[in-house]
Ligand binder design. Structure first.
Ligand code: GDP
Length: 536
């Protein structure tokens, strides 16, 4: 009997499988000002926001200048609060991982996307796809992460709806299926039509907390707005059902199709539909690739990987928090885990659990959840923790930097110390370090300028190393590889001063600009240039 129960799709397989099945771990990708913070607040309102909706407001402060941010971080110590937000809705557990966006945009933003199973793409209805959204989308695509689209700010003047969908399809090569459709736009935005079930949800009278409103029939729209013609609306909706692709779960799960919802985060409209869609369509924790095998989420033994490390900016508290995504099993307070890179066991005596009304109450987390593990530099980005098995998760990559700077030491006597410090900082994922093979001073690479501020502050506070950053002749970095060792060696020899070693000693080609990169690439037959590298 129990064998049968274990092999069928019964909703009561095992307590662990049930816990895993109700997790939805996701992130929001968007361009600054599209409405990510507003939407986050509204999402948290829906569920019992376990990890304090109020904390999101702290973002207002973060907005100020970068130096302010540093001060705030110092005052607060480690701010883990907004890194993971967990809430429950309709018996599902949603883990929303924060993707720092404004001045605090950094490699962490990219790496966080390696720890989610799906993403919500927020688009400003007046602006369409913007640069940052596109970049983050590309990172999602590396792992075929399914995307749910929320077109926000429908209460303002917006672009034509068909045109917006067309832009998503063309610029992202992603099919779209509108799940709702706006009725009227801008000042005349009345609400949305439910494409799947019919019926119109009106903007006005949205419940203050949940935004839930009754649906009405299209015919009942008559007389609600003098600028809208019900017959025309009906025609448009007929066109929508005819012209738009039907929703296909499989295509969505494979990352080829996005369901699209329209709304206004500010007016708390459309957020409920989005959340329901996320619960219904977004996958529960997916199987994760390791170097040896695929690891299923409902396997009983715990495994996890570290995707982010946050250091305390307070020089008196040099501890760090490593954020680990659980890939399988259950993590309990006090359990021992093997750090596969070193082969040593570590005791998880005080992990931070985010799924708890009161943090002290929770003492376990399940596959799909994120835990914060305090440590003193033992854990690195990309590290795998297991209950003994020697596997390493793949897919926490490094991304080619967008800003490259030369590190200038004010005290030349400390060169050796700087080398050690930079090695440590790059292992922690603060910045990437590139060491030119010609012996020139080290280069650091980042995707967001705040990373440089953090590096400078930490070198000063932790190593007493005051440094300056100088613009270097190089702006771009690409990892180079080849199936033919000789070709790679020849390329490296021919490009002497443009080759640097990364933290693992892998060769990187440094280029002055895109033109020079293209020029070199065209002539380097058999050499692969990559802007992404998997962490080993
Ligand atoms: P983020 O930078 O993506 O986190 O964006 P925010 O959530 O901070 O929003 C940026 C600005 O847009 C703020 O002034 C919000 O009040 C405003 N905003 C967000 N959502 C909406 C919306 O649905 N309608 C309107 N009119 N404004 C919005």
């Amino acid at each position: 009997m129990s064998d049968i129960a274990a092999t069928t799709e019964s909703p009561s397989r095992s307590p662990l499988a049930d816990e895993v099945a109700r997790r939805r771990t996701f992130a929001i990708i968007s361009h600054p000002d599209a409405g990510k913070t507003t939407l986050t607040e509204k999402l948290l309102l829906f569920g019992g926001a376990i990890n304090l909706a109020g904390q999101v407001k702290a973002k207002g402060e973060r907005r100020n200048t970068r130096s302010d941010w540093m001060k705030i971080e110092r005052e607060r110590g480690i701010s883990v609060v907004t890194s993971v937000m967990t809430f429950e809705f309709q018996d599902l557990v949603f883990n929303l991982l924060d993707t720092p966006g404004h001045e605090d945009f950094s490699e962490d933003t990219y790496r966080t996307l390696t720890a989610v199973d799906s993403a919500v793409m927020v688009i400003d209805a007046a602006k369409g796809i913007e640069a940052r959204t596109r970049k983050l989308f590309e990172v999602c695509r590396l792992r075929d992460i399914p995307i749910i689209t929320f077109i926000n700010k429908m209460d303002r003047e917006s672009r034509d709806t068909f045109e917006l969908l067309d832009e998503i399809e063309k610029t992202l090569a992603l099919d779209t299926t509108p799940m709702t459709w706006p009725v009227g736009r801008g000042r005349d935005f009345l609400g949305t039509y439910d494409v799947v079930n019919g019926g119109v949800r009106l903007l006005e009278g949205g419940g203050a907390k949940t935004g839930a409103t009754e649906q009405i029939d299209i015919a009942d729209l008559a007389g609600r707005n003098a600028n809208l013609d019900v017959a025309e609306i009906k025609d448009e909706l007929a066109l929508v059902s005819e012209a738009c692709k039907p929703f296909e779960l499989e295509a969505f799960r494979e990352g080829h199709l996005t369901p699209v919802y329209f709304g206004s985060a500010l007016r708390n409209f459309g957020v409920g539909d989005l959340l329901e869609g996320l619960g219904k369509f977004a996958p529960a924790p997916r199987a994760q690739d390791s170097n040896l095998r695929k690891v299923e989420a409902a396997e009983p033994r715990m495994s996890a990987f570290v995707f982010k490390i946050q250091a305390n900016m307070d020089p008196n508290h040099r501890d760090r928090i490593a954020f680990a995504r659980l890939c399988s099993g259950k993590l309990s307070r006090g359990m021992k885990a093997k750090l596969v890179r070193t082969g040593k066991n570590m005791s998880l005596s005080s992990p931070q659990f985010f799924f708890a009304q009161d943090r002290s109450v929770a003492d376990e987390a399940f596959a799909g959840d994120v835990v914060g593990i305090p440590n003193h530099g033992t854990l690195r980005i990309g590290d795998t923790l297991t209950e003994g098995e020697d596997i390493t998760f793949v897919g926490v990559p490094s991304f080619a930097p967008e800003i490259v700077r030369r590190v200038r030491l004010t005290d030349a006597m400390k060169a050796k110390k700087l080398k050690e410090a930079l090695q440590q900082m790059s292992e922690e994922g603060v910045v990437q370090v590139f060491r030119p093979r010609d012996g020139a001073p080290a280069l650091v690479g980042v995707v967001g300028p705040l990373q440089l501020d953090v590096l400078k502050a930490r070198l000063d506070a932790e190593y007493s190393l005051p440094v300056e950053f100088e613009v270097s002749e190089f702006q771009l970095a690409r990892w180079v590889s080849s199936d033919d060792r000789k070709k790679l060696d020849a390329f490296i020899a021919a490009n002497g001063s443009g080759i640097a070693d990364d933290v693992d000693g892998d060769p990187v080609f440094m280029a002055k600009n895109e033109f020079y990169l293209g020029y070199t690439r065209e002539r380097a037959e058999g050499i692969n240039f990559s802007n992404v590298k998997d962490v080993k």
